[in-house]
Design a protein around this ligand. Structure first.
Ligand code: PMT
Length: 354
């Protein structure tokens, strides 16, 4: 953080004070109604499980006619990729994502990495086809996409600012609460820790004539606590923890678990996030973590660890999922999200049966 950008030292907003003082987005009612209809549809299908995936980074606009904003790092890869595996596992998916971040299925043909037009050929001057080499890869993606479209099992909903994210997150989770244990909440979005309250956002573009520009920001309330305890008391909740210092990954993940009391924190190091992640869970004293499996694709299992510094929770279990431990045993390319989703589905199944 530069000298000119400082967090405010004033009293932080409570979640309640935040929602009382900050304006809801104009789309709130319409989007809430969409989620309500989606939940109603799938709640009526016996045994159907529904997952909310949050994906991408939130912005903090500096002007209400926005020219500049602060952003959080996330391309939306984790969320978009996971959505495909949850759909394949039979879940209905609410994909709550940053506008223009990666989306399930279309992510395979992102304009920067694999431009769609490069796949196409023109035959006989008028007909469009897909190059033979690319058709084999496209077919399963197209099939899965069509299946999701036809069954209506994927609801996509976008956010841009942290304010939109918070209002919509509360509305969506409340609509999903009646699903009880059939609901999973997979919070992969990178949410801004700081924001500018409405009254301090400039209306028009800030002029360079102001000279040196300094910014005082307030802390975003920690909504994970009410989310876990009030909004969705029965849901299976997965949060993520991103760190750049690998030594902080496990302590910070444990601290999040201890603080919020949910089911699992998936820790990922910025540079290794596509190769490995660690599941951090609470475990009853002397017993393995709830649902911690020994599936073929699970990486190293470490025993539960005592940590006297975190009094609310006595023991934790860490389970690493590592792609390099598969050693080509799958005979195909495997994405880390496949392993994450597979493990979570096992845990969620246990959770719904308890
Ligand atoms: O999209 P990619 O480029 O693939 O990157 C994926 C990722 C690295 C961003 C993702 O895997 C990840 O780690 N996301 C969480 C980033 C993070 O550390 O968030 P956090 O410390 O701000 O929040 C912790 C958890 O609480 C997260 O699950 C977050 O979604 C959730 N949260 C936080 C604050 C808030 N107000 N609301 C929330 O839901």
């Amino acid at each position: 953080m530069s000298d000119s950008v400082q967090a405010s030292s004033s009293q932080p907003f409570s979640t309640e004070a935040y929602f009382q003082s900050q304006q809801p987005p104009p789309t709130l009612a319409a989007k809430t109604a969409q989620v309500a209809a989606f939940v109603e549809k799938w709640q009526g299908v016996k045994g159907k499980r529904v997952v909310l995936i949050t994906s991408g980074g939130t912005t903090v606009p500096l002007e209400s006619n926005t020219v500049r904003f602060l952003d959080n790092f996330s391309a939306g890869t984790r969320g978009a990729t996971s959505a495909e595996y949850f759909l394949a596992a039979g879940y209905a998916v609410v994909f709550f994502h940053r506008l223009h971040s990666l989306r399930p299925f279309s992510r395979h043909y992102s304009h920067s990495l694999n431009p769609f037009l490069d796949l196409l050929t023109i035959k006989n001057g008028t007909e469009i086809g897909v190059k033979a080499d690319d058709a084999a890869g496209l077919l399963p993606v197209l099939r899965a996409y069509n299946q999701a479209q036809e069954s209506g099992s994927l609801l996509s909903m976008d956010f841009q600012t942290v304010n939109e994210y918070l209002w919509l997150l509360r509305a969506i989770t409340r609509e999903m609460a009646p699903l009880g244990r059939r609901g999973m909440f997979y919070l992969a979005a990178a949410v801004s820790d700081f924001f500018l309250p409405d009254e301090r956002v400039a209306e028009h573009k800030i002029q360079s004539s102001v000279g040196m520009f300094s910014l005082e920001m307030d802390q975003v309330p920690k909504v994970l606590r009410p989310l876990v305890q009030e909004w969705i008391p029965e849901g299976y909740i997965v949060s993520f923890k991103l760190e750049t210092d690998e030594n902080l990954l496990i302590p910070k993940s444990r601290a999040a678990l201890s603080r919020y009391g949910h089911q699992v924190v998936v820790g990922n190091d910025l540079h290794r996030r596509k190769q490995e992640v660690v599941f951090v869970e609470r475990s009853a004293k002397g017993t393995p973590a709830k649902g911690a499996g020994n599936s073929r694709l699970t990486g190293v299992q470490t025993p539960p660890v005592m940590d006297a510094d975190l009094p609310e929770v006595e023991e934790y279990a860490e389970t690493w999922l590592k792609l390099d431990q598969l050693q080509g045993s799958e005979g195909r390319e495997v994405e880390i999200e496949e392993l994450i989703v597979r493990e979570l589905v096992l845990r969620h199944t246990k959770w719904t049966q308890e």
